[in-house]
Design a protein around this ligand. Structure first.
Ligand code: GLA
Length: 371
């Protein structure tokens, strides 16, 4: 819930104000190619960051809710839905004619335990869980019919070995839970685009597993409009050729490609993916290695980040026939999840705007290069 009604007033003022800069917005530069989207936090949706909303209007023509539409946020208890903030989010999209995304309907994370349990605390059975899934999908999607244009229906269903992830969804319903989710979603809003969304396509087994999944869904007559490659990348990983290979592989199986959650960490890769560990718990030497830019980003790294953005967008531009949207997974460096996962308390710099929401070299370079 947004806790002050004054905020929407701010939003209106800011969104109607055009700055004095004559340079084009990022969305204008790519207007013939693909949508340029951004993930908004709850505070941003509630109008608490005036500068962010100006940036939104100028540079983006698509939005994704970073967290407010995840199951635990929108449907925390069996008969309780929190629609207030999502309503504001959708209103924002409608008012400014933005291609509005819903994220995400079925996922193994950020889904409350009650979803999988009965009143006595035992696991529900297949029919019980399918009923809950259907009720959730219909309630949320029907409310925003015609207003949310594309949905991440299933998120991260494939594991690193390329098998279906052993989530509660899989365990209780069985392997057709993904098919069911898409069927319910199609029925709830036949006009919305429906996507499958995942990460680590550069891992060969995982990539093959995802391709197999999409193809088998298509063979069973399920329409999937796009596949989201999340794009949580690093300065030097994955290599451009790897990304190109999976853009091509997805295009070959006849789905639109979406770069759905792009950010480029400038920090070293930390090979542990489970629970976040706090930086202060690491020995000082590790702290220095894994959190090297506490006092700011050196110019050379700022430049490397800008070059990486330009190189990646050049690739997207090359495949603009197949790529429908590129969404940045935060407006600015203060907002990004990469400050707290897989190590919390770090200072990362993966976005196009700095902690004060000022354009970084990466944004300027993209506009300069492609305008
Ligand atoms: C995944 C999810 C996002 C976000 C990120 C980081 O990519 O799809 O919603 O939660 O993890 O937390």
């Amino acid at each position: 819930m947004c806790n002050s009604s004054k905020n929407s007033g701010n939003l209106e003022t800011v969104m109607n104000k055009d700055g004095n800069s004559n340079s084009p917005g990022l969305k204008d530069v790519f207007k013939d190619d693909f949508y340029i989207g951004v993930a908004l936090s709850k505070d941003q949706v509630c109008g608490k960051e005036r500068e962010t909303l100006y940036v939104l209007k100028k540079h983006f023509n698509s939005v994704t809710p970073e967290n407010i539409l995840k199951w635990e946020e929108v449907h925390p208890k069996p008969n309780e839905y929190n629609f207030e903030t999502v309503d504001k989010y959708v209103e924002l999209g409608e008012k400014y004619n933005i291609f509005t995304i819903g994220h995400t309907l079925v996922w193994h994370l950020q889904t409350p335990d009650w979803v999988f349990k009965d009143v006595s605390g035992n696991w529900v059975d297949r029919e019980g869980l399918l009923k809950r899934m259907k009720e959730h999908i219909f309630t949320v999607m029907e409310r925003y019919k015609g207003k949310i244009h594309g949905w991440d229906v299933v998120n991260e269903a494939v594991d690193e070995e390329g098998s279906l992830r052993n989530s509660k969804w899989y365990e209780i319903i069985g392997e057709d839970y993904i098919q069911k989710a898409f069927e319910f979603a199609r029925e709830a809003d036949p006009d919305a685009e429906l996507y499958y969304n995942d990460y680590n396509f550069e891992k060969p087994f995982k990539c093959q597993g995802i391709m197999k999944l999409i193809e088998s869904l298509k063979e069973r007559g399920i329409r999937i409009d796009g596949v989201g490659i999340q794009g949580h990348w690093f300065l030097e990983y994955p290599r451009l050729e790897e990304i190109e290979a999976y853009i091509l592989a997805l295009s070959r199986i006849g789905v639109k490609v979406i770069v759905s959650e792009m950010d480029i960490s400038v920090l070293p890769i930390y090979p542990v993916e489970s629970e976040a560990v706090d930086i202060s718990l690491l020995i000082p030497e590790f702290q220095r290695v894994h959190n090297p830019y506490v006092d700011g980003l050196p110019e050379s790294v700022e430049k490397a980040l800008a070059d990486r953005y330009v190189e990646l967008f050049s690739l997207f531009h090359k495949y603009r026939e197949n790529i429908k949207r590129v969404t940045l997974w935060a407006v600015h460096d203060r907002q990004t999840w990469r400050n707290y996962l897989p190590i919390s308390g770090r200072k990362d710099y993966p976005m196009l705007f700095d902690r004060n929401c000022k354009p970084k070299l990466a944004l300027k370079s993209l506009i300069e290069h492609f305008k």
